[in-house]
Design a protein around this ligand. Sequence first.
Ligand SMILES: *[C@@H]1O[C@H](CO)[C@@H](O)[C@H](O)[C@H]1NC(C)=O
Ligand SMILES: *[C@@H]1O[C@H](CO)[C@@H](O)[C@H](O)[C@H]1NC(C)=O
Ligand SMILES: *[C@@H]1O[C@H](CO)[C@@H](O)[C@H](O)[C@H]1NC(C)=O
Length: 351
Amino acid sequence: MLSKSFVSAAILAGLASAAPTELSKRAAIDITVLQFALTLEHLENVFYKQALQNFTLQDFEHAGYSADYYNDLHYIAYDEQTHVQILQGALTANGVTPNLPCSYNFPYTDVKSFITLSSVLEDVGTSAYLGAAPLITIPAYLTVAGSILATEARHTAFQRTALSEVPMPNPLQTSLDPTSVYTLAAMFITSCPSSNMALPFTPFKTLTTDGMSCTCEEPECGNPSQVIKAKRNWPWSGGKEGNWPSGSWNPNQSGSCKPASAGSTVSFKAAGSIASGSFVTFVNGLSVLSVSGTVNGMDISAAVPAGIMGQTYVFITSKNENGTLSAADVEYGPAILEVNPPAPAIDYSEA
Ligand SMILES: *[C@@H]1O[C@H](CO)[C@@H](O)[C@H](O)[C@H]1NC(C)=O
Ligand SMILES: *[C@@H]1O[C@H](CO)[C@@H](O)[C@H](O)[C@H]1NC(C)=O
Ligand SMILES: *[C@@H]1O[C@H](CO)[C@@H](O)[C@H](O)[C@H]1NC(C)=O
């Protein structure tokens, strides 16, 4: 099943030699991590295959994308297919039955919203591998995880470029814990085969971005200071109007919307009421920053703190989490927020 031309024999040998005594001793957790990674790779694998069946080259060209872009998407689809095969091979080599793909519902409606969702999913995937890395006990698996992580990060940069977003908005990739990743992935999963090994994660309660304030961009808006409310019912926000599916924007508003930047007020809607005194906690890069939120029933708003850049995970927490996010303090989340990086400050004195 594995494509030997792309999976080095050395890595495969490393995976096989880890089994089974070493695994039985200390690495039930590694099996869980492999099944978890396979869950994400199955999702991505189906996501790209469906999109390439849903949309033709002409659809991409009508949306303003080149034949080169369309061709490159096939490399992404091939990467995800290969990642699935590598993880299946690693599990099988350890006598564990790999989980099967689930059924999914991906809420894109056109080429642009597919690309936006792809960009979001790839960054979640990259953060998932980073967040899972400290859990891996077997060095050969860590090498494989790092290798896949780097490829997922290329996918993110490719899609961010396609959306005219800064491809590398943060010097540090965000690390995201498995429960948060699982919470996000579960939103796309409609059902899974009952034979699949259950993953030991309980999703957090849902938080969505709701009515984020943003200013129109010229020339669409005559008055650049005009503030519009963008109604979105997805757990993520950001990008330009054209990147969002119909229904997620108020059609009565014209003009585009800039992603939030540091200092922007952003608001979120929780799946239930929010306790007063709750914090809005931003997880971005290797930072965790809490700010006091303004609570109104199920809604909460806060200003984006300085230093937050790129795809950001937002939680409502019962405590000030500055430094480390503790799962026990999470009330709702994560929502996904795209934050424009400031212009880079470069010190040329070292040149
Ligand atoms: C894409 O394909 C899948 C699977 O056939 C389908 O469920 C989905 O509705 C399609 N989406 C679009 C936007 O065509
Ligand atoms: C758009 O405006 C029409 C007419 O004023 C109104 O009926 C409709 O509810 C508005 N739609 C939204 C999403 O606000
Ligand atoms: C967390 O740290 C940031 C940055 O230092 C600060 O602005 C914020 O007030 C802190 N949050 C709390 C709740 O102390």
